[in-house]
Design a protein. Structure first.
Length: 190
């Protein structure tokens, strides 16, 4: 009985890790609609370019996101619906991912899919707000921050082209995968 229970739990958790869907509806919002703590966090980073605010509605949660450009790269900072900092992501090229990490990621993707096109790569920083604010320009070198890589890929899956969002740790170890669900209007048939 113990073996059956253990196998059942393993199967359920395995399926949860690989069967997630991701849907996000992004709507531009006014700064006045954003929690004050999120606004203050972004202001402390001191961006010189305009910051645009978005409300993201997912399948299970709502969040706010600040988007801007910094040193020629797109930056997005995500907050919970209550304004609690979640992560900061910087869009990068695959060539900017450390070679050993990228090799590990590519090996994993090739095992999962026959052919893969990497559409987008972001380095993701999470952890203490004060570390990010204080040492923004050298986050990759800081202890105490979690660094992950988020990739959007396009691949043929179950007979049609599909996009997935993968998350890998700083060494290229797999964390999660979610199938990207098209906008609800993309699925309407007339």
């Amino acid at each position: 009985m113990k073996i059956f229970t253990t196998l059942f739990c393993f199967f359920v958790f395995f399926q949860i890790g690989f069967a997630q869907n991701k849907y996000e509806k992004e709507t531009k919002v006014k700064k006045t609609e954003v929690p004050e703590s999120a606004i203050q966090f972004v202001e402390r980073l001191g961006y010189s370019q305009k910051v645009n605010w978005y409300k993201e509605e997912g399948l299970k949660q709502v969040s706010f996101e600040a988007k801007t450009k910094y040193q020629g790269k797109w930056v997005s900072i995500e907050f919970s619906e209550q304004g609690v900092f979640e992560d900061l992501e910087v869009r990068i090229e695959t060539s900017e991912v450390p070679k050993a990490t990228m090799q590990q990621i590519q090996e994993y993707l090739i095992e999962e899919h026959a052919k893969v096109k990497i559409v987008k790569v972001q380095i993701q920083f999470s952890g203490e707000e004060e570390l990010i604010i204080k040492d923004y320009d050298r986050m990759e070198d800081l202890e105490g921050l979690t660094i992950n890589y988020e990739l959007i890929i396009s691949t043929k899956w179950k007979g049609s082209f599909t996009r997935f969002e993968y998350l890998f740790d700083r060494s290229g170890g797999f964390i999660s995968r979610a199938k990207i669900v098209l906008k609800m209007t993309d699925n309407l048939e007339f």
